[in-house]
Design a protein around this ligand. Structure first.
Ligand code: ZN
Ligand code: MN
Length: 262
């Protein structure tokens, strides 16, 4: 069996052989979105792919090319779509990209898939893409295609949260470009993090409602929603360990026939 993990690095013949033998496909979904002055805009795409690769090292899985554009960044969870460089899709475009890609996997014989979402705002539209694909596949007579869908941060254990946030956890939405993502990036892609540029803004405070057009003044100018100080690679190791273990266990629970690597 080829030990390559990325679909993009495989020949079609190797891919076909792996799929025919029951390999699972992992589709990472991210965004191209500002992540403060210290992290790259590909952070959500890179981290969902990094989780996928860690899982694919443990089981017979192929990591598909990441969907690198996501649904529009929202002020309370991603800073907002007004930041230069945050390049987003309309909801139906994202859902239809996912629908089309999932149907293509199925058409070529894939029957097991995991979708790893790394951008909060994508959540409902990943569900829509999966739902549309499964509905159309049923019309085509393909009824045994199954998808496991997740947000990777939901696999953070309480034990890790206590260690990463000794002063209390601000919640996943405000964790944009903050301690979790910065720590994960310091672990996976240290050369892409500029620690000297980590902003010193306080935690953002939002009202219980939204305004349209966006009140850009509600969002810290840096684009970071809670302080990233305290981020380090050791915390990234703990977080990444939770994701590799938790996501692998979930996949093996739902797809018990997927082979575990020795
Ligand atoms: Zn992010
Ligand atoms: Mn995001």
């Amino acid at each position: 069996m080829s030990d390559r993990l990325l679909m993009n690095e495989m020949s079609w013949t190797t891919y076909k052989e792996r799929i025919d033998k029951g390999a699972l496909i992992i589709l990472p979904v991210g965004a191209t979105e500002q992540h403060g002055p210290h992290l790259p805009m590909g952070t959500d795409a890179m981290l969902s792919t990094a989780v996928a690769l860690d899982v694919a090292k443990k089981i017979d899985a192929i990591v598909a090319p990441v969907v690198a554009f996501g649904y529009k960044s929202q002020p309370k969870m991603g800073g907002g779509n007004h930041f230069c460089g945050t390049t987003s899709l309309d909801a139906d475009t994202l859902a239809h990209v996912l629908r089309d890609v999932i149907k293509e996997f199925a058409r070529h014989g894939v029957r097991k898939m995991a979708l790893i979402n790394g951008h909060y705002e994508n959540m409902m539209f990943t569900i829509e893409g999966i739902d549309l694909a499964l509905r159309e596949l049923r019309y085509d007579g393909i009824k045994d295609f199954e998808v496991l869908r997740l947000e990777y941060w939901d696999f953070t254990t309480q034990e890790t949260l206590d260690k990463v946030f000794p002063e209390g956890f601000p919640g996943y939405a405000l964790e944009h470009a903050a301690v979790m993502e910065t720590s994960l990036m310091l672990h996976h892609f240290p050369h892409l993090v500029d620690e000297s540029a980590i902003p010193t803004d306080d935690m953002a405070h939002f009202p219980a409602y939204d305004m349209y057009p966006t009140r850009t003044g509600w969002v810290p100018c840096s684009g970071v929603l809670s302080p990233a100080k305290g981020a380090d690679a050791a915390k990234g190791v703990l977080l990444a360990g939770d994701y590799a273990k938790g996501v692998t266990e979930a996949i093996l629970k739902e797809f018990p026939n997927v082979k575990v690597k020795g």
